[in-house]
Design a protein around this ligand. Structure first.
Ligand SMILES: Cc1cc2nc3c(=O)[nH]c(=O)nc-3n(C[C@H](O)[C@H](O)[C@H](O)COP(=O)(O)O)c2cc1C
Length: 198
């Protein structure tokens, strides 16, 4: 009897194991599809992105590498009408996106290159932003990288701390039905013009 109970228990455990999908990726897109599918979206649907999608995007930013692992980036999630109106006063490039991320970094916390002339703040924040843009594409959220604004003026409008430097605004949202890449999207220089084998 004891043996039968044990066998039943083992069988149940095996069934449970079969039904559990170990670390299923949340996407069916390949990396190539993500990279080639991304384009700068200039027409967004007004529907807000889901929390699940936003969280996936933010998590990809969290996992980005930073110099010395300082993680000095600050990502501001802007979704309220009030804050989006402030962004609209700073740039014409929101394109109706219902979410904007303002990516900044803490100047006092980033790695300073030997020679003390440069620091890695903008690099780190840019890598974080790039992770998030690709993660957005992965979950079907369109994006546009925006730098057509005055970073100091935006920081003042959003009352950011003095030690923070704004690097970019990221428009995020689901693409409008007729959202298309600009014709220039497919115009990339041949690899020989940008890559040099030494
Ligand atoms: C650093 C950077 C800044 C950009 N700033 C703006 C911007 O202010 N407004 C805008 O509409 N697009 C902006 N873009 C989008 C570019 O114009 C776009 O990436 C480029 O034309 C290539 O098109 P694609 O992203 O569709 O491949 C920016 C892109 C980058 C990488």
């Amino acid at each position: 009897m004891k043996k039968q109970i044990l066998a039943l228990f083992a069988g149940a455990m095996m069934l449970a194991a079969c039904n559990t999908t170990p670390s299923q990726p949340s996407t069916v897109k390949s990396f190539d599809e993500i990279v080639s599918g991304r384009f700068s979206c200039k027409k967004f649907d007004s529907q807000q992105i889901s929390k699940e999608h936003l969280d996936a995007i933010l998590e990809a930013g969290r996992l980005a590498p930073t110099a010395r692992n300082d993680q000095e980036q600050r990502v501001y999630v802007c979704q309220s009408e009030e804050v989006l109106a402030k962004i609209d006063k700073q740039t014409p490039c929101r394109y109706n996106a219902p979410t904007c991320l303002v990516v900044a970094y803490d100047r006092s916390k980033c790695f300073v290159y030997p020679g003390e002339k440069y620091d890695s703040g903008a690099e780190d924040a840019t890598i974080v932003a790039t992770h998030m843009i690709l993660a957005a594409e992965n979950v079907g959220v369109k994006s546009c990288w925006i730098n057509f604004f005055n970073p100091d003026s935006l920081a003042t409008a959003l009352a950011l701390p003095d030690n923070e430097q704004v690097v970019m605004i990221m428009d995020l949202g689901y693409g409008a039905e007729d959202a298309q890449p600009l014709p220039s999207h497919s115009k990339r220089k041949p690899i020989e013009e940008t890559v040099v084998y030494m």
